[in-house]
Design a protein around this ligand. Structure first.
Ligand code: SF4
Length: 357
């Protein structure tokens, strides 16, 4: 904003007013921002534009979880989700339209990558949600559609914007970026001292299984990912959030639990066990409740901080990216018809957890 003021030929002091109105009061009309020099109003109208983001559909579950499908200015669609919790309201932000990582348990992955979202389009997810809901989220998790590290530049810009104390002023402790294990991205987060937490979507305890369910593991295997995740924890003094989607018969045995203890040895972390939420056509099943409990018990008895995160909004949800993929399917079926069908969900197994405070 300071650079923008300089370009407009006005004093940088007006940057604070702009920051407050654009990011805190979500003012859409520049002319309604008070006390700016006339030259700045004119310059802004000429050189900037308001992103036209539309809410296409939203669904609210009985537990209050609200899933929204948004259209970006080019008509491409993304999901964002509001998840109420005890003393918090978490918003799950998408960082890409689709995803190139192709994790085999994830519906978003099946749609492939369409394009990256800009930092502005990520901020817009928050602003449009504030426009349609009375409250602002207290916590942000970048666990929606996309691999955040695959769009690092824009994600880093977004994190800096939302944690700017003169703008949206989210506490860095309440912003979490999740990765499927993109090592260069983790390295950049460390080097840049990005003001946020790190979550790792691990989901397997040996390379053979992880290669099968998360192709990114062939590029950056478990040992390398965990080394750099551990470095992030060591250098930033932050706890890592380890996400573990439980897939029946794939990664849910006692042996897996014991290996998980071994591979996380020495890492300050909280483990979120996320029983898989099936969707039509999914390759995997949710483990039995007794299996999930047994798995958790092994971790807890070894002193691990472990939580089973049951899926939120299950009465409206099925799986990651389903709202998006259903909408895409509908559009292909009938491009002229407006989307009215009530469909479901976002990154179900990812967004259901909140970042550790
Ligand atoms: S789980 Fe995450 S990284 Fe993997 S395909 Fe889905 S959105 Fe992409």
């Amino acid at each position: 904003m300071v650079g923008l003021c300089r370009s407009a030929g006005v004093k940088p002091v007006h940057a604070e007013t702009l920051l407050a109105h654009v990011f805190r009061h979500h003012t859409h009309d520049i002319r309604t921002i008070p006390d700016l020099p006339q030259a700045l109003y004119g310059w802004l109208e000429q050189h900037t534009k308001t992103l036209e983001i539309k809410l296409i559909t939203q669904q609210t579950a009985s537990d209050g979880t609200c899933k929204m499908l948004l259209a970006m200015p080019d008509g491409k669609e993304v999901e964002t989700v509001l998840i109420p919790g005890k003393n918090r309201l978490t918003q799950c932000i998408s960082t890409q339209i689709g995803c190139a990582m192709n994790c085999s348990f994830c519906l978003t992955g099946t749609a492939g990558l369409t394009r990256n979202l800009s930092a502005a389009e990520m901020v817009a997810q928050i602003i449009i949600t504030m426009d349609h809901h009375d409250e602002r989220a207290s916590n942000l998790v970048l666990m929606g559609m996309g691999e955040p590290m695959h769009n690092y530049e824009e994600v880093a810009r977004f994190v800096r914007i939302v944690t700017d104390m003169k703008g949206m002023a989210f506490s860095p402790r309440r912003v979490t970026v999740s990765t499927a294990g993109h090592v260069p991205g983790i390295q950049r987060m460390i080097a840049d001292r990005l003001p946020c937490n790190l979550a790792l979507s691990l989901n397997a305890t040996n390379d053979e299984t992880r290669n099968r369910i998360m192709p990114i593991n062939k590029r950056w295997p478990i040992a390398e990912v965990l080394y750099w995740t551990g470095e992030f924890a060591r250098i930033t003094h932050k706890r890592i959030l380890v996400e573990y989607v439980m897939l029946a018969g794939i990664n849910d045995t006692d042996m897996d639990a014991k290996r998980l203890i071994q591979v996380l040895e020495g890492m300050p972390c909280t483990i979120n066990l996320l029983p898989f939420n099936t969707y039509p056509g999914s390759l995997y099943l949710r483990p039995e409740s007794a299996r999930i409990s047994a798995f958790r018990r092994i971790l807890a008895e070894a002193g691990k901080v472990v939580v089973i995160r049951e899926s939120r909004g299950r009465d409206i949800s099925a799986a990651c990216g389903q709202l998006y993929t259903s909408a895409k399917h509908n559009q292909q079926k009938n491009r002229t018809k407006r989307l009215t069908q009530k469909t479901t969900n976002c990154s179900d197994y990812l967004w259901q957890q909140s970042n550790p405070d």
